[in-house]
Design a protein around this ligand. Sequence first.
Ligand SMILES: Cc1cc2nc3c(=O)[nH]c(=O)nc-3n(C[C@H](O)[C@H](O)[C@H](O)COP(=O)(O)O)c2cc1C
Length: 181
Amino acid sequence: MRDVIVSLVIQMQVFEAIRTRRSIRQYSSKPVEKDKLLKVLEAVRLSPSATNRQPWSFIVVTKPELKEKLREAYDRDWFVSAPVIIVACAHPDKAWVRSDGEEYWKVDVAIAMQDLILAAWEQGLGTCWIGAFREEEVKKALQIPDDVRVVAMTPLGYPAEEKGPVSNRKPLEEIIHYDGW
Ligand SMILES: Cc1cc2nc3c(=O)[nH]c(=O)nc-3n(C[C@H](O)[C@H](O)[C@H](O)COP(=O)(O)O)c2cc1C
């Protein structure tokens, strides 16, 4: 019985994080506490991946001069002003490939990234998935090896803007099909 109650409470917390999480594009200068950062990184570590290959590396950037270098890759003040930037990388040669050749490294890293984002939000920390970066500039700034791909980046820090819960989404009827297309 206790397990049922605990799992109900956990389910509600996860859904609440999904419902209220928003992309944050203004950050407070308040530093991110080490225990909170570690919990966010632990969420990444526990994430699932195809055949459990865990084909990823995450770079935690806090040095101001490195954050400034990342401006070459994504030139937004709010991005470089966050106390932490996390860069999510994939090792394509270590990831699972389906028998028809479909590569799964992007999927694996995307799942870990979303777990990071929700774990951050649960602790009051904002993020914003950045996809529109110049990959070569990220690799140059952080000396990332040639065979590693950069999948995403996110600033991490306390939000300095208030946003309501998610609202501008398509209705279920438009996106869900039952028993076939
Ligand atoms: C794959 C992906 C790439 C994104 N790239 C960027 C980006 O480069 N810059 C940005 O400001 N937001 C980016 N976003 C954030 C989206 O614009 C945002 O998630 C979407 O508008 C919904 O808003 P919400 O996150 O506040 O619910 C990205 C989101 C995803 C999932």
